[in-house]
Design a binder for this molecule. Sequence first.
Ligand code: ADP
Ligand code: MG
Length: 703
Amino acid sequence: MSQHLLDTSIEYLKGVGPGRGELLRNELNIKTFRDLLYTFPFRYVDKTSFQLIKDVYSDGQQVLIKGTIISMDKVGGKGRGRLEAVMRDGSGFIQLIWFQGIKWVQESIEVGKEYIAFGRVKMYKGNRSIAHPELEPYLAQNIDALKRMDPIYSSTEKLDKKGLSSKVRRNLIKNLFKKIGKSDLEEFLPQPLMDKLNLCSRYDSLRWIHLPGNKEEYELAKNRLKFEELFLNQLVLILNKEMRKRKMSGAIFSTVGEKLNSFYHDKLSFELTGAQKRVLKEIRKDMGSGSQMNRLLQGDVGSGKTIVALMSMLIAIDNGFQATLMAPTEILAQQHYTGITEMVSGLGVKVAFLSGTVKGKKRKELLRLLTNGDIDILIGTHALIEDHVIFKNLGLSIIDEQHRFGVGQRARMWGKNEEKEPHILVMTATPIPRTLAMTRYGDLDVSIIDEMPPGRKDIKTIHRTDSSRPKVDAFLKREISEGKQIYVVFPLIEESEKLDLQNLQDGYERLLHQFPRPDYQISVVHGRMKAESKDFEMQRFVKGETHIMVATTVIEVGVNVPNATVMVIENAERFGLSQLHQLRGRVGRGGQQSYCILITGYKLSKEAKHRIQTMVRTNNGFEIAEADMMLRGPGDITGTRQSGILDFKIANLVQDQKILQVARHFARNIVEKDPKLLLKFNSRLKKYLSEQKRLAKDWGRIS
Ligand code: ADP
Ligand code: MG
């Protein structure tokens, strides 16, 4: 296949060469013409309109001024001299100052001529000046070439040092556009779509996003590129979903069997909530349809997803299939294993556990039983998806807390049954803002448990500073005296693990002092501990042998101790919103009033304050997820960074929700009418998608 011009190595671009080529590669991951083209400016300097000098009054403002240089003088002594010029337009005067390159400026500027000056204004005692302005002679005929928006590219210290400024980058882009023409940037959006939405061409959009002549061009380019990005994201997701529905037939679970029935009637000690019933119905419908289920189950912490998962697995077993439940951590997997084993006791369901810690003979035997079909439910960590784990006939895979897993792991589950892909149920307790769910899980059907089991009281969230520790301690003692248990959580930030551990150690010692043995018992769990001792400490707390559990964020996901009523979060300002919410969800699981106490230093950044206030204000996970996204931007929401598909270059899920809706609408429309993209006006889209597929080294990221 002949190489596309855009795939040319960056050093071959005029103005780059081997040295700069290496810099661009190392610093910005710009390897080819294409990379340069698709690395967009992050802002622009507006040089589209002139300002009158009299209107210039704010310090630091960037201005473009047209005027005549009326004087130019060298002032000051040897070595420290400077050049001062005065520019006049019809409205006033402004001083231009140079401290360097004086000789050159002096020689190139003519007093009495008209110039265009651009720079940052300094106001000092009513005088306006610009130091080191950009100066160009004013020529009436090329005024349009002068007026423009200059792109500013993100840079690094090294690039700055080596002089690869935005100005240089701009010139590189200009050189690039001398080499590439419209035929190198073929349009791929269907014409009817472009007409309907009034989108500019691909070529124009790429040219204008770097070199807009005016605001209109910039707006057109920006809109087109944002739309394009979101549209392709949605199209790929929806196409994949359709293709799977067509090609991947799932096992049909038609029987409502004995195990589900006896669980429901004999073992379940409570009534399912309406939401749980509805969601189960949706899942059953999927699993009976003949197509493979790919469903996302969202529900706030404590909403009762585990029961739904278990009942779905029982359906699989009743129909002669095996089921698996994968959790992101050893502790969580263990807890699922213990809980589920207990729940199905007496039903004749064989449950097994697999993680990295299951080794040697034990593992061998387990794998043998699994392949023979003697294990009904396998619960574990990502060890489950390793290749040598072979099921007899896997019918349903449940992935808990998907945000902890990469997207690829979901796909690997499909391969676990060679005849028919297993049904997939992805569960997440991290409510995801709508836009994020659409772009990340747009290929999944979504079920939501939006109702808490009855009797739950809202958790009271309180903000306290260090100084009110004595009060907090007294409160904790009161709770303990009533037989309740308490979590105390310390942040863990990987970059300074040592410090964090110290922090936890200090806190632990303080608590030991305040809550002395033998009246008080304290468990401690952190990431540096061996799995066995972690588990031991955890179990002591679960069994109620200890009153306080001191931990780093390892307890974040899934742990269920209904008797724990207080969650104390130390250095709460260092946690993100969704993490805080996750932690808070550890309490309030029994019927008793529960509390979350956020302890921070006295001084807080504006953002930290906002996070804490949001936590105090609301218990609603979706509200918190939205606030989190607004604060941090979608890229920083827990776990999404690893997912790959959210690395949008220009679209912004916070600002561009409207565009996303439109993109989704049209992507759906196209797939509905032409699922294989066979219509004439869709052919270029089809071609482009297959090119992209070739380019994406790791197509798994997108598919
Ligand atoms: P999630 O996984 O969604 O965080 P769990 O499935 O762990 O929530 O459920 C939390 C707690 O609520 C468990 O102790 C569970 O037994 C209980 N629970 C679940 N559903 C109900 C219900 N319908 N009524 C009462 N309690 C419930
Ligand atoms: Mg759970």
